[in-house]
Every structure is written in C-alpha cells, then in structure tokens.
Design a protein around this ligand. Structure first.
Ligand code: URA
Length: 264
C-alpha cells in the first residue's frame, strides 16, 4: 500500500469509485437517465467486494483524482468535524496533523498567537526558522517589522490575532506548495470562524490568494477592500518583502490606513 492509499484509507476515502465497463455517452445523460439507461454499466465496489445498491450510487463518469479526494476531505473536515471544533480542539488537531509532508520536517506546529477574540486578524504565509523554534508566529526579522506596523496604527500584539496559512515550516523556508495550502487552509478557516474578526489583513500573496481564492498579484489586490465571508479584507505586502523592498513601505502604510478607516 503506498502512502497516498494509506492516507485515503485513513480518511475513509478509499477505495475510490471504479467503473467496470465503459459508459456510452454518459456525460450527456442526466443522473436519472443514466440510472435507467444503464443500470449495469456503473457499479461501486466496497472494500469487501459488496456492490452498493444502484440508487445509492452517484453517477460518476470519471475516476476521482488524488486532488478530488483531498478536496473532498477538506470539505469533510471543514464542513464536518472541524465545523464543531472549539479552539483547544482545533489546536490539538493542528498539532497532530500529518496531512501533508511538512510536519515531518519541522520542529513544531505554529498555530497562531494573540487575542483569540480580536477585531483584527493578520495572516501571514508560514513559519520560518525562528517561528519553528519558538512555536510563535512572526518572531523573526519580519515579525519585528510587523510589530512596528502594528504600533504605527496603535495596536499591540496582545490586541490582535496573528496566524499563518501554513502551520508547519516548509523546508529551506520555501513558499508552500498548492497541496500544502489546500491541506492546511481548513484550519485557518476554522480559526477565522472562531475569532470572528472585524477585519482581516492578508500579508502577502500566499495569504491573499488562499483567502480570496485568486491568482491576482498583490499590486492588483491592494488599495481596495475585499471580503471573506462578509469580513472586510485588506491585502498588503508581506513584511519579509518590505524588508527586501523598503521603498514599498509607503504603500503598506496606505494599506494599513485603509484598514483603520474601514474599522472606524
Ligand atoms: N513569515 C510568515 O509568513 N509567517 C511567520 O510566522 C513568519 C514569517
């Protein structure tokens, strides 16, 4: 059994639907049509080899890919178990998560820190070396700049919540891969549901893309208000980028002002 199969079994997502025989023109048929037109054509085998009654079968025309299975799992944990998860349980789930390969290579998970009932939520990308060592988000150089950005709008760390899209440090501090983001995002979503912030500041492309489900550039996203589940979202540059490109700090300041105005 390979790792993927083991993971899918663990999640009750295995075996995937299988088609025994080709289905003629199945895509163009409605589910009702497909049920009456080809009762023998599609069958679903359970693990022990028992076939499910036809009415319990969906009308799949393609076999599930690993991505589909992962997405389905996310829907399950986001809409199922995670939907009822309280803060301590969520923390525990994050600590025990091995959904992607990152946990194996990091020291500890970095859940987030600050006031779990804050009006302000700041979201970064992923822990780096300092965060991996301490278990706290934004404690390295980028964290110092973030502290100063907060101070500039008269906020202290203890008054806001700071989290990352990814809870485990990627190796060599590379950007997280899509599969890693997909696996980790339900935890952040649940954090947002529990915190119920009045405003979210997305720090950098990973946070903005994950939250707003867009591939747009930071340049095109900043300077305007976006929305996540009815919560206003301001997009700005990641502090690590600002350390490399200090000329952009003026724009980040404008973004923070937009956030402050939105909160008035
Ligand atoms: N960069 C991030 O995106 N998050 C951290 O916690 C630290 C650096």
């Amino acid at each position: 059994m390979d790792r993927r199969e083991a993971m899918l079994r663990e999640l009750n997502l295995y075996p995937a639907w299988v088609r025994r025989e080709p289905v003629p023109d199945a895509v163009s048929l409605s589910h009702a049509d497909s049920v009456s037109a080809m009762p023998e054509a599609i069958s679903v085998k359970e693990e022990g080899g028992t076939e499910l009654p036809l009415f319990e079968q969906p009308a799949p025309t393609v076999q599930k890919s690993a991505e589909d299975s992962l997405r389905e799992f996310q829907m399950k944990i986001a809409g199922g178990p995670l939907a009822d998860t309280d803060w301590p349980e969520l923390k525990e789930k994050v600590m025990g998560c091995e959904l992607c390969g990152l946990r194996a290579g990091c020291t500890q998970t970095v859940f987030g820190s600050g006031n779990a009932a804050a009006d302000w939520l700041f979201i970064g990308e992923a822990p780096g070396v300092d965060e991996d060592a301490t278990g706290e988000p934004f404690v390295g150089h980028a964290g110092h700049l973030l502290d100063n950005m907060l101070l500039a709008i008269r906020l202290k760390r203890s008054e806001v919540y700071i989290a990352n899209v990814i809870k485990c440090r990627p190796p060599e501090d590379r950007h997280p891969h899509v599969g890693e983001i997909d696996a980790c995002l339900p935890y952040l979503r649940r954090q947002i549901d529990l915190i119920r912030p009045k405003i979210i500041v997305a720090l950098g492309k990973t946070a903005a893309s994950a939250l707003l489900e867009t591939d747009a550039t930071i340049a095109s996203l900043r300077g305007q208000l976006h929305e996540y589940k009815g919560i206003p979202v301001v997009v700005t540059f990641h502090p690590a980028y600002l350390l490399r490109s200090p000329m952009e700090k003026a724009k980040a300041w404008q973004d923070l002002c937009l956030a402050v105005q939105t909160m008035r």
